[in-house]
Design a protein around this ligand. Structure first.
Ligand code: NCD
Length: 302
């Protein structure tokens, strides 16, 4: 494995190796000195063309914990705002000797393009509405550590599937790992090609909740919407929002997940967001170990 572009590229064994490696590396996070010398002398470039809080800092921390040199490059304040193309930026990074490039870009397929232009490993940190592989891997890691298994788990992914790269990456990965995914959304927020995805589809959240071990809530990605996809936010919340009442109808040990950023009161109520059954901060913590694992597996060999 040289790049991490899509969870669809991962075999069951490769995905399991990443999760197992993350579990080992998580122990480093519990020590007072959280650093390993593994990637000393290697350079990781964080190339972020889109806003990010969790993913960028998580990759930065992960690379630093492995002793890599990290360069953070954001589109604002770089030559990108002067009109430089992705290819020229890539060639510049290449000339500086980047061993790994972490890229987030608003164009679906940007990470794949980049992989053709640079010698180092490319890690897709979110490309448009296409994929977000490390998010799906950290989600699977969190499910496995909370519930003890992935095989046979019933996972509902709820909300704006149409604009979500998190949903596609999760469906592909979880299916490979033996879980069953049901997407829950209004018809307007499902991609037309959804029938080709290896999962089930429902428009009825209340019917799916009692049969779910994991309920993953997604943010309505208003920044990607140029028309209206539902009548009002109030109606959206009423049909597809998770509140305390709905939470009480989930199986007792079922968990609630969210990739962040959450919009409290929209897809998730404050009560559910703050409940111990919601794993949102655990997901963030696991994200660092998971990204350490991916960086380690991709960069330590070369
Ligand atoms: C997601 C993203 O950017 O795709 N966030 C994340 O990386 N944790 C989801 C979102 O923005 O709603």
């Amino acid at each position: 494995m040289r790049h991490l572009l899509s969870t669809g590229d991962l075999s069951h064994d490769e995905a399991t190796l990443i999760l197992d490696t993350a579990a080992e590396l998580a122990q480093v996070g519990d020590r007072s000195v959280k650093k390993l010398p593994t990637l000393r002398g290697r350079t990781v470039v964080n190339l972020f063309y889109e806003d990010s809080t969790r993913t960028r800092t998580s990759f930065e921390l992960a690379a630093k914990r492995l002793s890599a040199d990290v360069v953070n490059f954001s589109a604002k304040g770089s030559s990108v705002s002067k009109g430089e193309s992705l290819k020229d930026t890539a060639l510049t990074l290449q000339a500086m000797g980047a061993d790994g490039v972490v890229i987030r870009h608003s164009a679906s397929g940007a990470a794949h393009r980049l992989a053709n232009w640079v010698d180092g490993s490319v890690l897709n940190a979110g490309d448009g509405t296409h994929e977000h592989p490390t998010q799906a891997l950290l989600d699977a890691f969190t499910m496995r550590s909370r519930l003890g298994r992935l095989e046979g788990l019933r996972v509902a992914v709820v909300g704006d599937i149409l604009h979500s790269r998190v949903a596609r990456s999760n469906v592909l990965l979880l299916t490979t790992l033996g879980a069953h995914v049901t997407l829950v959304a209004p018809p307007t927020l499902l991609p037309v090609s959804v029938h080709t995805w290896p999962c089930e589809v429902s428009y009825d959240l209340d019917a799916v909740l009692p049969k779910s071990d994991v309920v993953m809530m997604l943010r309505v990605q208003a920044e990607r919407m140029h028309e209206s996809f539902f009548p009002s936010t109030r109606e959206y919340s009423r049909n597809y929002g998770l509140d305390g009442e709905r939470l009480s109808r989930m199986p007792e040990d079922a968990i609630v997940m969210h990739p962040g950023p959450m919009v409290r009161g929209m897809e998730i109520s404050a009560e559910v967001a703050d409940s111990p059954r919601c794993t949102v901060t655990e997901q963030v913590a696991n994200g660092v170990s998971l990204r350490m694992a991916v960086l380690y597996l991709l960069l330590s060999g070369s």
